[in-house]
Design a protein around this ligand. Structure first.
Ligand code: SF4
Ligand code: SF4
Length: 220
């Protein structure tokens, strides 16, 4: 088990990595190599998710990095709505978007026109969180998140809970609620439970837990 120190340091390290990753994405976009950089990074992270969980989503993804301040703004200005519209909870939606994304890229290659599908998706994600909570994009829209959840569910290392010391205070649940809804505290057990399919391994709940019941470690 890898026990991390409870400290805001980890949050600052994550923000630092997110900013550096964003700078890399912008750089490769400017020099016209964004597709190569994105697909290489994403494919490696997809494999890594089997070992480390969805680190890509929480630490690297440029959409997530940009969505965080935009979501903060829309929440503060009360533009952002709460709750998930029913139509959005359609489980095939991210796969349909993935198909549209792939077909768009293939058509672009065939007719030899640069269609910036990645840029469109990025704009969509940022506009989306002006109105809806980010968790809806992560859990019901994002095709890359859907792919990450396929390998992330097997994560050998992931955020976990010491059941014995968890007092069911739900602070972790509230911390995660807007962004991933990956940790829930069921009423019957009153013990937190983290779903590695949804968890972005952002460590926010670990930092927030008042009794250090959350750790990043081996799944049993
Ligand atoms: S914040 Fe900690 S103690 Fe509270 S429910 Fe979550 S894991 Fe349990
Ligand atoms: S469960 Fe914790 S580490 Fe995972 S996404 Fe939610 S707040 Fe982040």
């Amino acid at each position: 088990m890898v026990k991390l120190h409870k400290s805001k340091k980890i949050k600052y390290i994550r923000i630092f990595v997110q900013i550096i990753s964003l700078i890399f994405f912008i750089f490769f976009f400017v020099i016209g190599k964004i597709e190569l950089f994105f697909f290489a990074t994403f494919f490696i992270s997809l494999i890594l998710a089997i070992f480390l969980g969805r680190i890509y989503c929480g630490w690297i993804c440029p959409m997530n990095t940009l969505m965080i301040p935009v979501s903060w703004f829309s929440k503060k200005t009360k533009i952002q709505r709460k709750g998930t519209p029913k139509w959005m909870r359609f489980k095939f939606l991210p796969w349909i978007i993935l198909c549209i994304f792939i077909v768009t890229m293939i058509i672009g290659k065939i007719i030899d026109i640069q269609i910036p599908a990645l840029l469109y998706l990025l704009i969509l994600s940022v506009l989306f969180v002006l109105v809806f909570e980010p968790k809806m994009f992560h859990n019901f829209i994002c095709p890359f998140g859907a792919l990450q959840s396929l390998t992330g569910k097997f994560a050998r290392l992931t955020e976990r809970v010491y059941i014995d010391s968890c007092n069911g205070c739900r602070i972790c649940e509230k911390t995660c609620y807007t962004y991933a809804e990956a940790v829930i505290v069921p009423g019957n057990t009153k013990k937190a439970n983290i779903d590695p399919r949804l968890c972005h391994q952002c460590f926010d709940c670990q930092v927030a837990c008042p009794v250090n019941s959350i750790y990043y470690g081996k799944s049993k």
